[in-house]
Each structure stands twice: as C-alpha cells, then as structure tokens.
Design a protein around this ligand. Structure first.
Ligand code: ADE
Length: 244
C-alpha cells in the first residue's frame, strides 16, 4: 500500500513512519510512505497557507488553493482513497481500519488551525476522527490511523501475532492480563493457573479475566460482546446486570 500524507509538518512523521513495525513494513516493501509539505504549494508571496475566516470569529482557516494544488500534484490523475483527519469525522473503529487496509493507495490530509476551507471537501472521500477530543492538528491522528490500519495488512505483524486476537477482536472483550518470566518478581507472583500447563483451565481463567476487565473498564462493551451462558452467569456473580 502507498500512503501519502499532506501536511504542514512533514518532519513530524519521520520517526513514526520509519521506525518499529511501520519501518519494518516499509523495508519489506509492504508499505511506502510519502509526506508532502502543503506550504510548498502556496502561491502567496509569504507562503501563507491560512487566512481569516469570512464572517469573523477567532482562529485562522486553511486556504483551499495550496491544498487543491498539493492534492492534484500528489494524485497526478491517479486514484486513491482520500481521507481528512478531523474531529468532525466518523470515529475510527477496527472495522474501518480493516476496510482501509484493503486499499492500494491512501492519501491523508492532516488539517491545522481552526479548520479548513469547506471547499476542500470535494477532494475528500472520508472524514475520520480518532476520538471525541480536539488535538492541535491532524498529524497525530494521521499517524494513529496509519498504525492502526497497517496492523490489518498481511505481513505487517509477525506470523505469531495477529490483529484479530487482541482487545476488540476477542468476541468484543478486552484482553486478559499477560505475564512473562520470572514467575516471582520481587515477591509478586504470576497466577498459579498459568504455570500448571492445563490449557483448559488457562483458557477459562483468561476468559474470566477478559470478562472482569471489560466489566470494570468498559462495561458498555458487554452489550455488544459475544457472550455464552456461562459468561453471563460469571458476570452476574460479579455484579453485572444485563440490559433488557
Ligand atoms: N484533528 C484534531 N483533533 C482531531 C481528532 N480528534 N481526530 C482527528 N483529527 C483531529
């Protein structure tokens, strides 16, 4: 997959796109990253990319011209899924990331300032938010989106890892706790059940821990989770009352 990002701060992406799993995916040729500085497309003599809002109000608005020219130069007549990062967008979910991971090419526009001239909406296929809070720009959200969708592209995660068996893929439950050696760390012991090699018991314990963690941290997820009768009984013993 080819990923292009249109931004005023291309340097912000250097570390994230070329390190760790994303860097490895790039070396393997699974992903390629291209950042483009919107400011280079400004026709304004001071290379401004923003201006006052028509109608007044605080804050500057990103101008249409540099963004149109940058998008047109980047696409050069080719097609791609064009995404705007904005708190006004649909909230990112694993299903959205899984769908986007099938695209051959994605162009992400990371906005800044108070907003963008609404006329850029004709350049955009999807508006995506990473959550109900407002950041200073779309750069961090763009990195979050890329990292999240990359995990669904075959070959990005090692073969022993899978994007499908973690929190939010685990029947809609949060993940159970994990431990590694030593079994005794400064007197803090790993739960006995994990050491006895009885896989039926281990699986039962992990399921129950997932249920308890979800009940404690994100009880609303239980309504959409795939729960067996014994799961529901276990939750009820721990204070869960199913919504009718
Ligand atoms: N830009 C600023 N805040 C954002 C958010 N929460 N999601 C996506 N883009 C943003």
């Amino acid at each position: 997959m080819r990923i292009d990002v249109l931004t005023l701060f291309p340097e912000m992406f250097e570390g994230v796109f070329h390190t760790s799993m994303l860097g490895r995916a790039e070396s393997k040729g699974i992903l390629s990253f291209h950042t483009h500085d919107i400011r280079e497309y400004s026709q304004n003599k001071h290379h401004n990319t923003d201006d006052y809002a028509f109608g007044g109000g605080a804050g500057m608005v990103m101008m249409a011209q540099p963004i149109f020219d940058c998008m047109e130069a980047v696409l050069n007549g080719e097609s791609a899924r064009r995404i705007l990062m904005t708190p006004r967008g649909r909230t990112l979910t694993p299903d959205m990331a899984r769908e986007l991971a099938k695209e051959e090419r994605i162009v992400i526009l990371a906005g800044h300032y108070e907003g963008l001239d609404e006329r850029i909406s004709e350049l955009i296929d999807d508006e995506i938010s990473i959550g109900d809070y407002v950041l200073t720009g779309g750069e961090l959200p763009a990195m979050v989106l890329v990292d999240c969708l990359a995990r669904f592209i075959p070959g990005v995660l090692g073969c022993s890892e899978s994007a499908e068996d973690e929190s939010f893929s685990n029947d809609g439950l949060l993940e159970y706790p994990q431990y590694t050696r030593p079994a005794d760390f400064r007197g803090r012991l790993v739960p006995e059940v994990l050491l006895n090699g009885n896989h039926a018991e281990i699986n039962k314990w992990r399921r129950q821990q997932s249920l308890l963690k979800t009940l404690k941290m994100r009880p609303e997820l239980l309504e959409g989770a795939r729960l067996s009768k014994s799961d529901v009984e276990f939750l009820e013993q721990h204070g869960y009352a199913k919504q009718e």
